[in-house]
Design a protein around this ligand. Structure first.
Ligand code: CA
Length: 389
């Protein structure tokens, strides 16, 4: 799902460059198309219908044997009408920008938490977060009561993912899933596993739209096929999306309340522990520090407080009475020294939404910033002159 959301932003600049290039390429193609008008047909028409400003689709999968075989396989395994599946998948278009978006960035680019953070923890998103929290306070409270997942975390997720429903993605989900199933860039180190993953998501998407009577060509999402306010992939939608506004329908596009309940439900399913902080501050004892040992388990909480401190990572305050496991989370700062925190099981749970500690930290800090802005607003009226005695 969401596990690609952060890369969307990381790759944005890359994409823009690509789009400029592609626009130029399209002009070149259009110029030569006049000489070859027979080839302008159904594909070109559906391409222009399916495309929005940022999407330049390529040829359809109707002629691709591997896609049609996959269609038959999906129909068989999912007990779907094989003609419908072939026809539907045949209308999917290859989108070069999607394949490009999942291509690994050039090596040697240092990550920079400060820059990453500034994209999400910023005034526009914080203001939108305050408005969202105020509008849906009851649903956020109810979700917290039922799952133990704090409003702050849900507000952080929906803000980072889509700015509270403002940016849910403009790619046709069918195009995204087909492109990543059948044309995942071979340069990716895990291309085989990734395309297998997207084939599973494609099967789930086709099964879901067929059974629910939704138009698979009308559903839009991220370049990875993530959908709605919380950017759920089809399998997550299937497993974790819930009706939370009581209309008996699960709608993550149109119901912010369903989105709130579904995010909370997702975290509950991935082991959210009520009341447990996401992370603690950490300092280092240079004498004892064994950075290799501390970094070996990566973000998986592995160390007890005692083991953590024995390796030279020092805690203070409430962290000292923490009874669960910890991971040393490293956030690189470009060429400057990295910053570190001690991540708990709840930090790890946030990374099950999107496999990145930068993502998790942005969610946490956006939620905090929105909460602080709410608190500041709540205080202001009491200070206003008309409210004084
Ligand atoms: Ca609903």
């Amino acid at each position: 799902m969401h596990k690609y959301a952060h890369s969307a932003h990381w790759h944005l600049r890359h994409l823009l460059t690509l789009l400029v290039f592609m626009a130029a390429a399209t002009l070149a193609v259009s110029a030569s198309a006049g000489q070859n008008s027979k080839k302008k047909g159904k594909t070109a028409v559906s391409a222009s219908v399916g495309a929005r400003a940022s999407v330049i689709p390529g040829p359809s999968y109707a002629q691709r044997l591997d896609a049609l075989q996959a269609a038959d396989d999906i129909a068989l395994r999912r007990d779907l009408d094989p003609v419908w599946v072939r026809q539907t998948l045949g209308q999917a278009l290859y989108v070069a920008a999607i394949a490009k978006a999942v291509t690994p960035p050039a090596v040697g680019m240092a990550k920079n938490w400060q820059i990453y953070r500034s994209r999400f923890v910023e005034p526009l998103r914080i203001r939108a977060g305050v408005a969202f929290w105020q509008a849906y306070e009851d649903a956020l409270k109810r979700a917290e009561l039922e799952t133990g997942v704090p409003a702050e975390i849900i507000v952080g997720i929906l803000g980072v993912e889509t700015i509270y429903g403002q940016q849910m993605g403009n790619y046709r989900v069918l195009d995204a899933l087909a492109t990543l199933s059948f044309d995942f860039p071979a340069s990716h180190p895990r291309a085989g596993a990734r395309s297998a993953y997207f084939k599973g998501e494609l099967a789930q998407f086709l099964s879901w739209t067929h059974r629910s009577g939704l138009d698979p060509l009308g559903i839009r999402g991220s370049y990875a096929g993530a959908m709605g306010w919380p950017q759920f992939m089809p399998s997550s939608w299937h497993q974790y999306a819930i009706d939370f506004d009581g209309d008996s329908k699960v709608d993550l596009f149109g119901s912010p309340v369903d989105a709130i309940g579904s995010v909370a439900n997702y975290f509950k399913a991935f082991g959210w522990q009520p009341g447990l902080p996401t992370h603690f501050a950490v300092t280092f004892d240079a004498q004892k520090l064994d950075m290799d040992a501390l970094m070996a388990p990566d973000i998986l909480p592995t160390f007890s407080v005692d083991n953590f401190q024995a390796e030279g990572a020092l805690l203070s305050g409430e962290a000292l009475s923490h009874t669960g496991k910890l991971a040393l989370i490293e956030l690189q700062m470009g060429d400057a020294p990295p910053v570190y925190v001690a991540g708990t099981d709840n930090f790890y749970t946030i990374t099950r939404y999107n496999w990145s500690s930068y993502y998790a930290m942005a969610v946490i800090e956006l939620g905090q910033a929105v909460a602080q802005a709410m608190a500041a607003q709540a205080v202001t009226p009491a200070l206003a002159p008309e409210n004084r005695d």
